[in-house]
Design a protein around this ligand. Structure first.
Ligand SMILES: *Cc1c(COP(=O)(O)O)cnc(C)c1O
Length: 375
């Protein structure tokens, strides 16, 4: 049996979480949250980040910070998770879905300018499969029209673009530390604040609209209500889990990379025979081995492959089901033909199992199974 995902938990994770329970380190912003910030400062050069209860709520915080309101438009891919879109739909903004590139399956930057109107306020760029978008081009368009860029880097922790860390490539980056992502705290995420002037307000929004952080920093002696906000900070017990995972950053990355590389070399022959197309990585990207996708010739072959892999105990899943043609997308007035590449790829992409508890031998078994099934 090869599971689709399994978090890698060792004695270190247990030790940190038990420390929290034994010493009553339970609410947010304790020593383990600070440890996580220190890690990102030292290893990724990130000065300003705030842990959140999920990648979803990091996106919601970003949507509050850019003051989206009723009638605003946001350009975003349809080939993403519902959270990317819900984050601004909740503020009353409307999604303008942009089709994807055929190679990276990221938002097609050449189509963005044609979608801009006088209501456009932001672009939400999703680093699909941990591969950063063409951010220089996207930022250039945003500068020209005065738009915000939010980087949904939920899958891209540890990736880089032209040597720059994913999540730091625009005003705000959003990370996820969900169990299915590279570094897990169960449910959790982070908002990376790349323009320092937003940090004060971000801390207030995260603390139910109060300046509680100012008390903790000793700046004032009592806190009060300043803004809208919610409870966006996670328990330090979950931060403890993440702190342990980050201490094992290299080990987890290497294990994932071994699986990724085994897929990539093992599937080359099938690509040459035009049975499938392998995951693509542009040369200006260092990826984080988050996902391995294959593109199949048609939906029927994919359905058959999923079923036959399952018979052999190998779990592979579809990712993503396009949003513009999902029930909520249709309700917003979209039709399947509005994003033809997304619609087509949504029917043919398959995501193979990939996690740090898998070995290269497991990956070789998956390759062999695919080879036999597609023969
Ligand atoms: C996982 C994911 C999210 C949501 O993150 P959660 O931590 O699960 O809320 C958002 N966007 C993308 C692209 C994701 O992959």
């Amino acid at each position: 049996m090869i599971r689709f995902n399994k978090a890698s938990i060792t004695e270190l994770e247990k030790q940190y979480v038990i420390d929290c329970m034994e010493n009553s380190i339970l609410s947010g912003d304790g020593k383990y949250t600070m440890k996580v910030y220190d890690w990102f400062r030292t290893n990724m050069g990130i000065e300003n980040m705030l842990l959140t209860t999920s990648g979803t709520t990091a996106l919601e915080m970003a949507s509050i910070l850019i003051d989206l309101e009723e009638g605003d438009e946001v350009i975003a891919p349809s080939f993403t998770f519902s959270s990317t879109i819900n984050a601004f739909l909740l503020r009353g903004a409307r999604p303008v879905f942009c089709d994807i590139r055929k190679d990276t399956m990221n938002i097609d930057e050449t189509r963005i300018e044609g979608l801009i109107t006088d209501r456009t306020k932001a672009i939400y760029a999703v680093d699909y499969a941990g591969i950063p978008c063409a951010m220089d081009e996207i930022n250039e368009i945003a500068d020209k029209y005065g738009l915000f860029v939010i980087e949904d880097a939920a899958q891209a922790v540890g990736s880089s673009y032209k040597g720059r860390t994913a999540g730091t490539l625009s005003e705000f980056g959003c990370y996820s530390f969900h169990e299915t992502k590279n570094y897990a705290m169960g449910e959790g995420g982070a908002l990376v604040v790349n323009r320092e002037q937003y940090m004060d307000r971000a801390e207030i929004i995260r603390e139910k609209g109060t300046n509680r952080r100012h008390v903790l920093k000793g700046l004032v002696d009592k806190y009060t209500w300043h803004d809208i906000g919610s409870s966006f900070l996670p328990s330090d017990m979950l931060a403890a889990l993440l702190a342990a995972q980050l201490e094992r950053y290299d080990e987890i990355m290497e294990k994932r990379m071994n699986v990724w590389d085994t897929y990539h070399s093992g599937l080359m022959e099938l690509e040459n025979k035009e049975k499938l197309v392998r995951q693509f990585v542009p040369d200006y990207v260092q990826h984080n081995a988050h996902m391995y996708n294959i593109l199949l010739p048609n939906a029927e072959i994919r359905t058959e492959l999923v079923a036959k892999l399952k018979e052999r105990g190998i779990m592979a899943y579809i990712c993503y089901v396009p949003l513009h043609s999902a029930p909520k997308g249709m309700q917003l007035g979209y039709n399947p033909q509005d994003c033809p590449v997304t619609e087509d790829y949504g029917n043919r992409v398959l995501r193979l199992p990939l996690h740090a508890e898998m070995t290269s031998e497991d990956a070789a078994e998956v390759v062999e199974a695919i080879r036999e099934i597609l023969k």
